[in-house]
Design a protein around this ligand. Structure first.
Ligand code: A2P
Length: 268
């Protein structure tokens, strides 16, 4: 299959935009981010995902990707894992500035502010590339209009995998639009599970033990004050959902806002 550019005669399907890659950054041999041009007609809510693919086959492989940039930004950012032999990521990992990607025109998703009822503190629980939708939400002013405090929790296997989360948090705090609102209210809580690090262990274990509250100096999660957004692997979602239900929080959806929402992170 042709990876760079598009095969001669490939027509962009009517349901898709053909977007030009403007930036690519590799973090580890497993992780990278890239930016593409944003069509003037494309609208989405921070936290939503879209289907993306490459124009390298008659029936391109399309996969769900959270948009990692905020709704006001004039380019679109994505954060991706590279899976050896992954039907899409194996090729996507080789994209370069100037290449074309396909993006379906309709965004969707439940990790949106509209799916949550008002609260004081917003917890964003993520592992691996599950941090992507939160990269969008922490740079959206509406997040700070709705919540006093935002706690972005990110768990990874290795320390190098935490870099993207640190960069987007720094970017939010220094941003001309949201930086001032985020100062003192946005916090990043990192853990690594398979390497020595200042905080070691799974986020779920740290919530169950209460160690996370001590570390952050916040009261335990309650339905009265706290709202939770969750994005990670299927197992991580199941564990976090159980924790939220045990804490008495109710799961929300776009048409029925409640106290927590979940979404599966892109995997292959
Ligand atoms: P661990 O190293 O203990 O498996 P993965 O790359 O497998 O998706 O994992 C990313 C991070 O999420 C790892 O730190 C992993 O920890 C952690 N993790 C995996 N499963 C769960 C779970 N059920 N709950 C919380 N964290 C999890």
């Amino acid at each position: 299959p042709i990876v760079q550019g598009r095969p001669a005669g490939f027509d962009i399907p009517a349901a898709c935009f053909g977007l030009t890659v403007t930036e690519v950054q590799h973090y580890t041999d497993r992780l990278f981010r890239f930016r593409v041009t944003r069509p003037a007609t494309f609208r989405f809510r921070s936290g939503e995902f879209v289907m993306i693919g490459l124009p390298n086959a008659e029936r391109p492989v399309m996969r769900a990707y959270s948009i990692a940039s905020p709704a006001w930004d004039d380019t679109l950012e994505f954060y991706s894992i590279k899976v050896p032999d992954g039907p899409l990521t194996e090729h996507l990992a080789n994209i370069q500035v100037g290449d074309t990607i396909l993006m379906r025109k309709k965004p969707t998703g439940t990790l949106v502010l509209d799916a949550l009822t008002p609260g004081k503190r917003l917890w964003m629980l993520s592992t691996g590339t599950g941090i992507a939708p939160f990269a969008s939400l922490i740079r959206d002013p509406e997040t700070y209009e709705r919540f006093d405090e935002v706690i972005l929790c990110h768990g990874c296997r290795e320390v190098a995998e935490l870099t993207f989360g640190q960069e987007i948090t720094d970017a939010a705090l220094g941003d001309p639009l949201v930086g001032e609102m985020a100062q003192g209210r946005l916090r990043l809580f990192n853990t690594a599970t398979r390497e020595a690090y200042k905080v070691k262990g799974r986020i779920t274990d740290m919530i169950r033990s209460g160690d996370i509250y001590t570390a952050l100096n916040v009261p335990p999660i309650t339905a009265a004050d706290d709202r939770v957004m969750i994005c990670g692997s299927m197992e991580m979602l199941a564990d976090c959902r159980s924790i939220c239900l045990e804490l008495g929080l109710e799961e929300g959806a776009n048409n029925r806002p409640a106290e927590f929402v979940v979404e599966k992170a892109f995997v292959d």
